[in-house]
Design a protein around this ligand. Structure first.
Ligand code: PLP
Length: 404
């Protein structure tokens, strides 16, 4: 062996390489599942090897191979302890709410018997098992806040953020922990319950006369500048993508390996595109193209909270290289929520319903090969009682009106 292993945490880059270079290195590592040893002196990586070191950090590996002598050496990624932090704490005892967030990862992956047919086995990744917003956005709220603190050396005083609710709740959790104030800007189209949920968590809520969160970005940025607030901006902040590579996508890899899955496809909804871009990037490379990526968007003219159409602009979607983008109506999404609730006992959120409806469309086309499929469920149904009630009262899904 002509390399030794050192903790990634003990190594530094001489300067921060551009994210594009880090992603190129990471793509190579994921495809080959091996990495060329890094040249280093006194804990500082050689300039030419900095992007590779940062790729290992982004991958979440605990160890990095350090070259001994002048020759080339390669380490298998499995030697680098790539899943070291993905085991829940013993006894599930946590010494604080922040520890609870990261300590409970991976979020559960559960087989959905009602959706599995023949050789097609379907699994759901339940992001509602996150403590602050009960959604996938806890990861992003944490990454944005912790990233800011790491860069600035102190927490922000005041944060303004455009959100469809979940990132707002996640940041409200961070505000409680790190001691900052939060103003959440939410579009008029979002359910009324969000005002109460965000206010209960201590956030100031501003409703804006838009139907999409993304339409308010300029206004929020301007108001933050005017008031000396920090706009963390989940839509453009690369930490959104990065936290989903390091955790969400790697968790899926770990879970698929643990359960011995043949991962044929992963399907999910797109808002900022953070989670599906990261999952697509990771698993397209890791499977060398065997795992297909399917993204779900609202059909033209339809509004489904948390997701939007790809042409409204998404920073990272190109990294996912989606094989298909499937349109779903709101009514189809709610019908799928009811179907999962009534056949699995799990009341999932509307974008989870949309992802399920999208998957069923692909299944009905008869083109899905046998194997395992993962649907990402971003949150649960509790925030959406208003929409579910309206659907039931409108005659969908068996109705609220009982006989007699
Ligand atoms: N589903 C829900 C319920 C959401 O809140 C969001 C984002 O806000 C999404 C899906 C989309 O996730 P992403 O922003 O990672 O594309």
């Amino acid at each position: 062996m002509d390399y030794i292993l050192k903790p990634v945490e003990a190594l530094r880059s001489p300067e921060k390489p551009p994210l594009g270079e880090v992603l190129d290195e990471l793509a190579r590592i994921l495809r080959e599942w091996r990495v060329k040893a890094i040249r280093e002196a006194n804990g500082i990586a050689a300039r030419d090897d900095a992007a590779r070191l940062e790729a290992l950090r982004l991958l979440g590996a605990r160890l990095a191979p350090i070259a001994l002598g002048g020759g080339e050496a390669w380490a298998d990624v499995d030697e680098l302890d790539p899943y070291w932090d993905l085991t829940p704490r013993p006894g599930r005892v946590y010494h604080g709410a922040l520890d609870l967030l990261t300590g409970e990862w991976p979020t559960p992956l559960v087989r959905l018997r009602s959706l599995s047919r023949g050789g097609v086995r379907v699994w759901a990744k339940l992001e509602a098992f996150n403590p602050f917003s009960w959604s996938v956005k806890d990861r992003v709220g944490w990454a944005l806040a912790a990233g800011y603190i790491e860069e600035e050396g102190r927490p922000p005083r005041l944060v303004y953020e455009a959100t469809s609710t979940n990132t707002g709740m996640a940041l409200a959790g961070m505000a409680a922990i790190y001691g900052f104030k939060l103003r959440a800007y939410i579009p008029a189209s979002i359910q009324r319950a969000s005002d109460t949920l965000l206010a209960a968590m201590g956030a100031e809520v501003v409703r804006l006369p838009y139907s999409l969160t993304v339409e308010s970005l300029d206004l929020v940025r301007r108001e933050a500048e005017r008031d000396g607030a920090v706009n963390l901006d989940q839509f453009n902040n690369d930490r959104n993508l990065m936290v989903h590579i390091r955790y969400t996508a790697r968790e899926i890899d770990y879970q698929a390996r643990t359960a011995g899955l043949r991962l044929r496809g992963i399907i999910g909804g797109i808002g900022t595109s953070g989670h599906m871009s990261a999952i697509g990037f990771y698993h397209k490379h890791r499977s060398r193209g065997e795992t297909r990526i399917y993204c779900v968007q609202p059909a033209p003219g339809e509004k489904i909270p948390g997701i939007r159409r790809v042409e409204t602009g998404m920073k990272w979607i190109g990294l996912a290289k989606p094989d298909r983008i499937v349109d779903v109506t709101k009514s189809e999404a709610v019908e799928a929520v009811l179907s999962v609730a009534r056949r699995e006992g799990l009341l999932v959120g509307l974008s989870s319903g949309a992802a399920t409806a999208g998957f069923l469309k692909l299944l009905e086309e008869g083109l899905l090969e046998d194997g395992d499929y993962i649907i990402v469920y971003p949150d649960n149904g509790l925030k959406y009682v208003e929409q579910i009630k309206a659907h039931l009262e409108g005659g969908g899904g068996g109705g609220l009106h009982h006989q007699g």
